[in-house]
Design a protein around this ligand. Structure first.
Ligand code: WTA
Length: 650
């Protein structure tokens, strides 16, 4: 366990929700929370049915839940449209002319779209997609910067019933190719480029590379950076030209509640990312409900989730959840420290953001950049803060609380996953006393526990596996085209329960403390990566004989990647090869997978049966001596050599 996480475990302070906050909150006390939780636990279907009725259904469901472990169907027979619920539903209310998206590009350009305008753009683009032959059930890949067109494209796909598969703009051409192929996408939507730290990210070039041998018939390109790009006549279309010819009328069709809404690829324990599949009705209900409860949204709030739509956090809390609630959402394209390390606070001040949701890595980075960047700004509009993606250490929590929140804003530390679709464990800001580093208690309707391998509950403070014992509406339905892997990964580890892959403990107050992954998934800056994925990329290089990748604790990014590499015989280890391998990993996966350190070795520590002993490598990578049982190690001298090797640090 990392030192950071250990210090989390020893944090004892408790912060009560401020009275003024609690008075106006939806759930005002722990008594109210307990009552709601109990109600949901006793009548899961009744509880979720009531939530779902707050949204629009073209046809009602006949049954809330059909559960044949591990397969769930929610709102069986119900017909709805999430795009309708995020847009059309608001147009007959006073929200019609309210800001839906308040967008700022990295260079400082702005665009504000009201619900009426966003609806119009979505209808135009839905018609444009249909004019290219996109039909219900066709998959559409989206590889865009964080610009309004990303949300428009998502909502247009959802409207038609064409599942989208968003590939984060930081992924390489290779990674895009794999995801487009696996999804069997019919169309790719991209941009000439996106702005990041003052430079253009060449998204169209990457797309061209990814599609070199592909038969994809249509690529739609947003003009964003006006950089030169290659063009393939017949295949490539400018977004603005397509919508110029389209009609602004698009009636939202009724989709079955279980119609696939999107897939999103995420790292698992093997080298191959998994296409997590979510469906329409349950995901809509889950994101709607959690946005409302966890962020306690009010009509006048300005909500900013700083994630990218390329990750689940962006799907659920930039687009679907907030828009289903009729919220005003800030969206920002670029880097947090461009042109200066106060860009986020500048935006918070300018748009008077009231609810702010970000990752611990960002908080730690801002803390490190210095208080002077925060002090320049008036952050008095903030009333609620949130974190997601990784455990937050008490030091970062306290800084966030005092420096950003002025000591008055509750912090919601939200635990959830790509697979869960929506927040699962989190404080309710007007009710739950918070303890820095704990995501506190499960939301009503979420039956979570910490158990031993045999499925029995752990005692208070005993470490174990985090599981969910009953289905919930926004749970993944499968891994796209690999239902066996779905069953094995999530329901094969602990009999009868959903296995999250995280270690956790529950304290004497029933608060959950997430201790990090118990599999070969590492979490770098809140981004999930599989060690196998990085290893496969490394061994694909002609000069690499063998590679093993582990995580080591990092003060800012939580974990950092350390790669142990054995070069092919006759190849010189050293800086030059390090540079080459980092470039190679960036090309294969993306810059987010670049090793922070590469350590060359003549051989890797293995068991007598030939398995690489990662546990030892983790110890070495984190700077401690290899501990534990070494008797199965085949050649002990390897360890000594590895420990002495200084490594090529970036
Ligand atoms: C980790 C991101 C501690 C966890 C929404 C989980 C967290 C993985 C928290 C999912 C939190 C997420 N505290 N750890 N509040 N939130 N995690 O799929 O290990 O990108 O399994 O979803 O992030 O990452 P994913």
């Amino acid at each position: 366990m990392s030192e950071m996480i250990e210090s989390v475990l020893h944090e004892k302070r408790v912060f009560e929700p401020a009275k003024e906050f609690a008075q106006r909150a939806r759930i005002k006390s722990m008594t109210e929370y307990e009552a709601l939780y109990k109600r949901a636990e006793e009548d899961l279907e009744g509880f979720w049915g009531d939530v779902a009725r707050e949204l629009h259904w073209f046809e009602p469901w006949s049954q809330v839940l059909e559960w044949n472990l591990p397969d769930s169907r929610w709102f069986v027979g119900g017909k709805t449209n999430i795009s309708y619920n995020c847009l059309d539903r608001h147009l007959i209310t006073e929200r019609r002319n309210k800001a839906a998206l308040i967008w700022e590009g990295e260079p400082g350009d702005q665009r504000i779209l009201t619900y009426q305008q966003l609806h119009r753009e979505v209808c135009l683009f839905a018609n444009a997609l249909e004019s290219l032959g996109v039909k219900k059930g066709d998959r559409v890949a989206i590889y865009l910067p964080l610009i309004p067109e990303a949300a428009i494209a998502m909502l247009a796909c959802a409207r038609i019933g064409a599942p989208h598969s968003i590939v984060f703009g930081g992924f390489s051409a290779e990674a895009l190719r794999d995801r487009v192929d696996d999804a069997g996408a019919k169309v790719v939507i991209t941009a000439d480029g996106g702005w990041r730290r003052g430079k253009v990210v060449p998204l169209k070039d990457n797309t061209d590379k990814a599609l070199e041998n592909s038969e994809i018939s249509h690529v739609i390109v947003v003009k964003r950076c006006e950089n030169d790009i290659a063009w393939r006549n017949g295949r490539d279309h400018w977004w603005h030209e397509l919508v110029a010819d389209a009609s602004a009328k698009h009636e939202a069709p009724a989709h079955d509640a279980e119609h696939p809404l999107f897939m999103l690829y995420t790292s698992g324990t093997t080298g191959k990312p998994k296409g997590i599949l979510h469906t329409t009705g349950g995901y809509m209900v889950g994101t709607y409900f959690t946005t409302r409860m966890v962020f306690d949204l009010r009509e006048e709030d300005t909500f900013w989730c700083t994630a990218d739509v390329g990750w689940i956090t962006g799907h659920s809390y930039i687009v679907y959840g907030p828009l289903a609630n009729g919220a005003a959402c800030v969206m920002y394209e670029g880097a947090p420290n461009y042109p200066e390390p106060d860009r986020f606070w500048d935006l918070c001040e300018k748009y008077e953001v009231s609810v702010f949701y970000t990752a611990p890595t960002a908080i730690r980075a801002f803390h490190r950049w210095g208080d002077q960047w925060v002090d320049k700004h008036d952050l008095s509009s903030l009333r609620l803060l949130g974190t997601v993606g990784e455990p937050i250490n008490p030091e970062a929590w306290m800084w966030y609380h005092n420096k950003i929140g002025g000591g008055r804003c509750p912090i919601v530390d939200t635990w959830w996953q790509t697979e869960t679709g929506a927040i699962m464990i989190s404080p309710l800001p007007g009710a739950t006393p918070t303890k820095p580093g704990s995501a506190t208690r499960p939301l009503p309707g979420i039956i979570a526990d910490v158990v031993k391998k045999d499925g029995t509950s752990c005692a208070a403070n005993e470490g174990g596996f985090l599981v969910i014992k009953q289905p919930w509406p926004s749970m993944l339905r499968t891994i796209y085209r690999d239902h066996d892997r779905f069953i094995k990964t999530y329901f094969g580890e602990i009999q009868g329960f959903y296995f999250a892959g995280d270690g956790a403990r529950r304290d004497e107050d029933g608060y959950f403390w997430i201790m990090g992954r118990v599999d070969d998934v590492i979490n770098v800056a809140g981004h999930r990566l599989s060690t196998m994925e990085v290893e496969s990329a490394l061994v694909a290089h002609e000069n690499v004989a063998e590679a093993a990748v582990v995580g080591r604790p990092d003060e800012v990014t939580g974990q950092a990647i350390v790669a142990f590499v054995t070069p092919m015989s006759g190849v010189a280890a050293g800086e030059e090869l390090g540079v080459e391998l980092r470039k190679h990993v960036t090309d294969q996966i993306g810059a987010l997978a670049r090793p922070a350190q590469i350590r060359f070795a003549d051989a890797l520590p293995k068991t007598r049966s030939g398995k690489i002993m990662r546990r030892l490598l983790r110890d070495i990578a984190s700077g401690s001596t290899a501990k534990g049982d070494l008797t199965t190690l085949e050649d002990a001298s390897i360890l000594e050599k590895l420990a002495q090797e200084r490594g090529d640090e970036e």
